[in-house]
Design a protein around this ligand. Structure first.
Ligand SMILES: [Fe+2]
Ligand SMILES: [Fe+2]
Length: 279
């Protein structure tokens, strides 16, 4: 099927129009319909949809990669335009999330979870459909569900915590899920923040779909927040894949993006606001 994916929200603006923010959202148009993967943090999703000519009223389903504010905070703005719509997510999307950061020798605690309650989002039209397993959400489109952690080199971000029943614990991100879309040229994998580890996610998708050929992998990889060793091990694993393009965004960060560009040359692109991937 014909597919066009446009980056609506990202940390960077690369195509003359739009606003950047710390967040991610991708507008997906296929022969079967129009979908939104993540919503950014809130400030840019509607503005960017207007400047890029993407009509949020046409969105048939919304997919949430995980419960961080920078992927879910734009939901009310989108729902005010769209009204009733299915929103696919893992039940842990509503967990309280915090980041503990060390700045100037001081420890700061920041709330980084979804900023809105389920009831409020439902009152604006969200119809939540929760999944924990690999799920076909539309013909040829799959959400990964929970991703088994198998690689030895992909470690969680030690600054991130979740609060379950009043206890603050390192966040294991069971809710981290990605979207894979089948195309005639191979799978297209869209990552949110890849908190499960980009290579774990890719391996899970191959295991579930039985398809090893990726036309493109795009979205947030979180590689800049982790160690240089993890970045190099991830690059080595990517080199062993049957992968066409790699388009990174958001939490990939500049250093990791430069390194990936060096490694993959013309197959690399930065997925900033307005970037388009077409099949
Ligand atoms: Fe993120
Ligand atoms: Fe995240």
């Amino acid at each position: 099927m014909g597919i066009r994916i446009t980056i609506l929200c990202d940390n960077l603006v690369g195509h003359l129009v739009g606003f950047g923010e710390h967040g991610f959202s991708a507008f997906i148009e296929t022969d079967r319909g129009t979908y939104l993967f993540d919503t950014g943090g809130g400030p840019s999703v509607v503005k960017n949809s207007l400047s890029l000519g993407k009509d949020l009223r046409t969105v048939q389903k919304i997919f949430l990669s995980h419960g961080h504010y920078d992927h879910t905070g734009g939901l009310p703005e989108v729902l005010k335009i769209k009204g009733r719509v299915d929103v696919h997510a893992h039940p842990h999307v509503f967990l309280d999330r915090i980041a503990i950061l060390k700045e100037d020798g001081k420890e700061t605690k920041r709330f980084v979870g979804i900023p809105y309650k389920k009831g409020y989002l439902e009152s604006l039209g969200a119809n939540f459909i929760m999944n924990t397993d690999f799920a076909e959400v539309e013909k040829g489109m799959f959400l990964t569900g929970e991703v088994p952690r198998k690689t030895s080199f992909e470690k969680p971000d030690s600054r991130l915590f979740s609060e379950i029943e009043g206890k603050t614990e390192p966040d294991i991100f069971l809710d981290d899920q990605s979207l894979t879309i089948e195309s005639e040229k191979g799978s297209i994998l869209v990552l949110g923040c890849a908190h499960s580890g980009m290579i774990n996610i890719i391996n899970h998708v191959i295991h579930k779909t039985g398809k090893e050929n990726f036309y493109a992998i795009l979205g947030g990889t979180h590689l800049d927040f982790l160690t240089p060793e993890q970045l190099e091990a991830s690059i080595q694993a990517l080199n062993e894949l049957d992968m066409g393009k790699i388009g990174v965004s958001h939490c990939t960060g500049m250093r990791a993006a430069f390194r990936l560009n060096l490694e993959f040359g013309d197959r690399f692109f930065y997925g900033g606001v307005g970037s388009v991937l077409e099949v």
